[in-house]
Design a protein around this ligand. Structure first.
Ligand code: ZN
Length: 275
């Protein structure tokens, strides 16, 4: 049973790789992230997907920096904070996992496999994924099972069979990463068919696929993610003024489709978050 009549919007406002040179409105500091979170919540986002940066903009997996950012967000808004454990290209698994025990966020991403990322690559072998899932379970952190490839969806079934994940399952399909799976209706359908029964999913179309992926997700009953981590443009050649502008459009599309953006508390209840 899905969240009847509702669409869950996630905003991935910063990411690890996007730069202010690509879009000057990119939030970097905890205060900038908190202001963005407040604006995105007002525009209809229920979940904030969070990476953190040093003041110079370089990505970090520092627990102290995550703590600072989460506290700044909490002072402004009730949005759900989903921290990354994907980190940045080159981070070790230990670095990526550390904030789970230290900060016990409501949600966090859990990468379900190894993938090309442009000229780089991100390694997640099954033993790493098991260790991550066990740690999430121990601290009652709801995973967004991020799948960059069809094989990742199948790999997640091992974690379920081994009792390392508990329902409700929430997936994140990351499509159009250079070197991985492009967004298309057919490719999205293949991912959806591979899901365990009753799972929900958020679709993330990277770059120019962001908007088509939003329509594809909604047509299939999925949820959507927007934000500068995935795409800095509003339309071809036109930079988005802010993350909130992208959330506003997603909410507008939802309304046109007869759906209301879900509130953070509705999602907390539905996904049985620790709260
Ligand atoms: Zn991310």
């Amino acid at each position: 049973m899905a969240l009847e009549g509702k669409l869950v919007i996630t905003c991935a406002c910063t990411g690890a790789e996007t730069t202010k040179a690509q879009n000057p409105a990119l939030p970097i500091t905890p205060d900038e992230v908190a202001k963005t979170a407040e604006e995105c919540r007002a525009a209809g986002a229920a979940i904030l997907h969070l990476h953190v940066r040093n003041d110079d903009g370089t990505p970090t997996a520092s627990v102290a920096r995550f703590k600072e950012a989460i506290e700044a967000v909490r002072r402004k808004t009730d949005i759900i904070v989903e921290i990354t454990t994907g980190g940045a290209v080159g981070d070790t698994a230990e670095d990526r996992l550390r904030p789970i025990a230290a900060l016990q966020p409501e949600m966090a991403s859990l990468d379900c496999g190894t993938v090309n990322f442009g000229d780089e690559y991100i390694v997640n072998d099954l033993p790493t994924m098991r260790a991550f899932a066990a740690e999430f379970r121990k601290h009652k952190v709801r995973a967004t099972l991020e799948c960059f490839d069809l094989g990742h969806v199948y790999a997640s079934h091992y974690l379920i069979k081994e009792g390392l994940l508990e329902a409700p399952y929430h997936y994140g399909f990351v499509l159009n990463v250079p070197g991985a799976v492009p967004y298309s209706v057919e490719n999205l359908s293949a991912f959806i068919r591979a899901l365990p029964a009753g799972a929900d999913y958020t679709v993330m179309g990277i770059g120019r696929s962001s908007l088509p992926a939003q329509f594809g997700a909604m047509a299939n009953g999925g949820w959507i993610r927007v934000g500068f981590e995935d795409n800095v443009y509003f339309s071809k050649g036109v930079l988005a003024k802010s993350n909130a502008e992208l959330v506003e459009r997603a909410a507008r599309i939802a309304h046109e489709g007869g759906l209301k953006p879900a509130t953070p508390d509705e999602v907390r209840q539905y996904l049985k978050l620790r709260g």
